[in-house]
Design a protein around this ligand. Sequence first.
Ligand code: CU
Length: 164
Amino acid sequence: MNRRTTRTTGTTRTTRTTVLLAAIALASGAALTGCSSDGSADEPRLKVSGAFMPQPVMDMAGGFLTIENDSDTADKLTSVTSPLSDDVEIHETKDQKMREVKSFDIPAKGELKLVRGGNHIMFMNIKQKPKQGEKVSIELHFEKSGPIKVDLPVEAATHNPKQH
Ligand code: CU
């Protein structure tokens, strides 16, 4: 507590800084109990699986995948980028209509599922139509985690894997 006495700024400000520091210490402590071996302990651990793109029939395309979060820290999918389109959006589907959203939640110890008829990635004005058997590379961007690169295998236009 020597630091506090040597500081010349106002008391209110010093107290506020201390509270903030305490909050940060608490947060990282909580994350550490969840994962002691990982260096980036306060980062959500995300795993992507089941990614695919149905072969597009028009100048837009959909992307589907599952993001698992194995950590105690929630995250958000905030954007997607791809060489296939300069305008990749994330959409939700409500009452069979889709609309753009700012982000999707990825709950702690949970998952985000992008499925046909539900939440999805939407590639607008695609630069070419990839064919079944090809791959489309994308990069997922998150609120907290670093970006993740994923290759979407292009499947038949009607492809719709069973959800379990
Ligand atoms: Cu859409």
